[in-house]
Design a protein around this ligand. Structure first.
Ligand SMILES: [Zn+2]
Ligand SMILES: [Zn+2]
Length: 295
């Protein structure tokens, strides 16, 4: 059996420290790092209220084992009860960040707020559909509300993250690393966003794009399409940024960024979600080469 993964909860203070550290680099703008930090703050801000108000369905150890064995992820969102007030508060917080950094097209934020107030943008539906990866829902809603699909997805992702992070912390201790080698998150079913090659073992560990759960994956396989033909799997890196590399798949034309912990200085522990934010220049490079981060 493979050794279990170290799964430590990351505090806001640790994230802030890591983000501040990255501000010394030229490859990413300070404004972008501040924007991301403020977004992360929204995940932590309502956590206490959320913990009090949320009711998760009970899952016995046997059910967990059975579901994972069959390839079913664990979150059962329709059965999660969460107060409307907490969702509203998180929505307002995310809107304030958008406003502060002016990240949407003119008029779009006002439309978002107005549609939410009128009930045409039901927050619970947004999160149910982001978990279900229901692209058509977002396309339809985008047309109906005249708000870009990307903006709706952004709101949905930032609403659901605090809920999923809490649920992930509750459940991930129950995941045995040798029974989940799939290309989607064992907790929420979403795609990986970052990879790390574990310092001690060289194992390839994926991190979920939504709830930050980590799980072990196969070394020589595309985590999106399952391609394992080594002639069409490559990676590239920048000379001045050795610990990071970009794995690309020429079959599905997608990429994922990897942090090789063995190339970090001794004792340094990186936070993958911060590594992701701080390597946006690699996303730009990959996209310029014709690879995509999402489908
Ligand atoms: Zn997840
Ligand atoms: Zn692929």
């Amino acid at each position: 059996m493979s050794p279990g993964l170290k799964r430590k909860a990351v505090s806001l203070a640790q994230i802030k420290k890591e983000i501040d550290h990255n501000k010394t680099k030229e490859s990413v703008s300070k404004d972008y790092l501040d924007f991301q930090l403020d977004l992360i703050r929204t995940q932590y801000k309502n956590r206490r209220k959320l913990t009090k108000s949320i009711v998760y369905p009970k899952l016995s150890a046997d059910t967990v084992k059975e579901r994972l064995k069959e390839g079913f992820y664990l979150v059962d969102f329709p059965r999660i009860k969460v107060s409307r007030k907490v969702l509203d508060d998180t929505f307002k917080d995310v809107c304030s960040v958008i406003e502060k950094y002016d990240t949407l097209e003119s008029g779009e934020l006002e439309r978002l707020k107005a549609k939410e107030a009128s009930g045409e943008l039901p927050l619970r539906d947004l999160i149910e559909n982001i978990i279900a990866k229901n692209k058509e829902y977002f396309e339809r809603l985008s047309g109906k509300l005249e708000i870009k699909k990307e903006a709706l997805v952004f709101i949905a992702e930032n609403l659901v993250r605090p809920l999923l992070i809490l649920e992930a912390q509750r459940l991930q201790g129950k995941i045995k690393d040798d029974i989940w080698l799939r290309n989607y998150c064992p907790i929420c079913g979403n795609e990986p966003r970052m990879v790390r090659l574990e310092r001690e073992t060289g194992r390839r560990i994926l991190e979920c794009s939504l709830c930050y759960t980590q799980w072990v994956f196969k070394i020589l396989e595309c985590p999106f399409c399952g391609n394992n033909d080594q002639k069409t799997l490559r990676f590239f890196f920048l000379e001045n940024d050795i610990p990071h590399r970009v794995d690309v798949c020429d079959k599905c034309k997608r990429y994922i960024k990897t942090l090789d912990e063995r190339k970090l200085e001794e004792g340094k522990e990186a936070i993958l979600r911060v590594e992701d934010i701080a390597t946006i220049h690699l996303d730009m490079l990959a996209e310029r080469e014709g690879y995509k981060v999402t489908q």
